[in-house]
Design a protein around this ligand. Sequence first.
Ligand code: FAD
Ligand code: UDP
Length: 398
Amino acid sequence: MSNSALSTSFSGLDYLIVGAGFAGSVLAERLAHALDLRVLVVDKRPHIGGNAYDRHDDAGLLIHPYGPHIFHTNSADVFDYLSRYTQWRPYQHRVLGSVDGQLVPIPINLDTVNSLYGLKLSSFEMEQFLESVAEKIDDVRTSEDVVVNKVGRDLYNKFFRGYTRKQWGMDPSELDASVTARVPTRTNRDGRYFTDTFQAMPAQGYTRMFEAMLNHPNIKVMLNTDYREIVNLIPWKQMIYTGPVDSFFDFKFGKLPYRSLQFQHVTLPVERFQPVGTVNYPNDYAYTRISEFKHITGQTHSSTSIVYEYPRAQGDPYYPVPTRENAAMYKRYEAEADARTDVTFVGRLATYKYYNMDQVVAQALTAFKRLRARHERQDAQEISALTRNPANIALSDT
Ligand code: FAD
Ligand code: UDP
């Protein structure tokens, strides 16, 4: 298509949305459905869904090419919103850690401690045990502090030190407390990874849900396209940007580190590979964890597909890296982003936040409310300008 043809076919466009992941798709859906605005969603990948994209592999097994994505939230608003576009299959994720030759529950719970140390503690006794081994830290700042403060050095070394060093390429003492604080400690026997109110997988997969969200005559989707290829060719009024924020500003304050992963997908001619959805390997191997999709999707099949995650410094940006220096650099980008009235920055990469899917949906819904209020103000101003001008009233009467 020539440049002028491209420009003509998108004339009347209200929003250019960069990224077809949760952030971009929720906003596209809201702007089109609730405000009847015209949007173009552009993604450089060959598919919608961002990192939550799923597909069937050659064996016919539903897999998550970008690693296992388990939906969980405490927000009824987020769950109700997504429920307009998918039905759900209830699923409670379980994770075991491979430690000292045993597979034991992580988050650390009563069974973990009893199995590892050959004990028969009650919940109450486990609390006392943890108190006796915890290294009390007054000012908990790092990812090491969080864990040793709760469970002491030995459990920290067994479960967290090696995994975190592999996953992030740095010691937990260099990472913000919020990273390992994602994983709680329990003194009961609850073996679920999450305890959120809503825990379920989209019944037909994430991609079907995204297709339903984006299925609206006002929404056009352009894949395999970096927004920079079209940003000056297409006449847009507002932009939603969900890619990496540093890249948007041409790295003017430096490169924000994002941690990457290499995924190794394998299909095996067996029904089951491992007892639960994910097994973590904190201390052995170059990979951090293996996930088996059939647990997560509920699919029945004579074969099974698994994925190994190998952490990488280079590659697609998956995780913002929460350190003090990175937060300081992000603040500078954030100030630039806030100053742009024509662009709204949303999502894990654009706001440099280690967000789960539900948090990104909530952030996008909040951004939508702000944009809607702005459109309502603009509409009100236009109406008042029209009614204040007698020529317009005369015109509209004819
Ligand atoms: P993304 O999904 O990254 O979407 C951004 C999109 O923008 C991408 O598709 C990208 O191609 C596109 N883009 C970027 N730059 C450009 C450009 N220049 N031009 C055009 N397009 C561009 N969350 C959970 O809740 N539960 C889980 O179990 C879970 N597991 C995860 C496991 C892994 C391995 C990873 C990496 C993340 C996991 N998450 C999980 C987090 C989840 O993936 C994110 O919260 C969510 O996908 C973020 O959505 P987003 O729209 O902000 O970003
Ligand atoms: N973590 C760990 N050992 C584990 C599980 C988690 O050290 O067995 C730490 C690690 O630093 C990890 C963080 O806790 O990056 C958060 O874990 P989560 O499972 O939430 O990571 P994600 O699924 O987001 O990759």
